[in-house]
Design a protein around this ligand. Sequence first.
Ligand code: MN
Length: 285
Amino acid sequence: MKICRFDDNRLGLVEGNVLRDVTAALDVLPSYGYPLPQLDPLIANLDAVVDRIKKLAPAAPVLSLTGRKWLAPVANPGKIVAAPVNYKKHLQEARDDAQIHHNNQVAEIQKIGLFLKATSSLVGASHGVALQHADRRNDHEAELVVVIGKAGRNITRANAHLHIAGYSSGLDMTTRGPEERSLRKSIDTYSVLGPCFVTADDITDPANLSFSLAVNGVVKQQANTRDLILSIGELIEFASSFYSLLPGDLIYTGTPEGVGPVLPGDTIVTDFEGIGRMHVAVTLA
Ligand code: MN
C-alpha cells in the first residue's frame, strides 16, 4: 500500500494514477498525553490505519495527483539515522574529491558508523530545499529510506525485516565543509522524504531497487540498492546495537556515486522503483 500525506495534512492512498483521500482513517489513532512518546503515531499504529484505509477506500473521494502539495509521509519520526558512505563507488568519489572530504576522515562505514540528522530538518517534496549557506557547496544525495515499524534493540540482521514498516525515498542534503556531518546535514529542509510511504509487503526486494536522481533534467545519480556496502539488515543490526529503534524512525541508507552541487532555482527529481517520483525545488533560505 502506498500512503501519502498531502495538502493540508490530508492522508492519501495512491493506486496507480489515482489518489484517494482517506484522511478519516486517522480516526483510529489513539490520543497521546504529555509527555509524547518518541515515535510516529501513524507508523506505530500502521496495521489499524491500513485496515481502516481498506474499508474507506472504495467510497473515498478521488483526487488528481497533479497540483498537490506533498508532505513528508512520516510526519513525526523520533530520530533520523543516516549511513555516511554506503556505496563503494561513492566512497572512492569522496576520497578523490577534496571538495567532498575536506580532510575529514572518509573511511568505511564499518569504521565510522552512522550519524543522526535533526528531525527539524525533515520536509516533504513540495516544501523544497532552502539553501542556508549558499556560498558553500550544497550537494544532493538520493537515498532509499527505511521506515522502522516495530521497536527493538540488538536486532539481528536475520530478524531485521520483522522491524521494517516500509520504505520511502529521500534526499540527504549536505553542506560540504569541515564540520561534523550531523551539523552540515541537519539544516532545515535538508532531509526530504517522499513522495509516499510504501508498506513493506509492497516492495518485493528492497535489495534490488533501481533509482535515479536528475538535476534540471540531467541525470546525476543512477544506481541500485544491490550495491549497498552495508545491507538494510546490517544497517538495522548496526544501529540497534547502539540505540533502540522505534516506530517511525527513519534510516537513510546512504547515497551512491554522482553527488554534486545544486543552486537556487534548480529542480531535483528522484525516481525510485516501487516508490515513485519526487520533484524538489531548490531555493535560497
Ligand atoms: Mn547521505
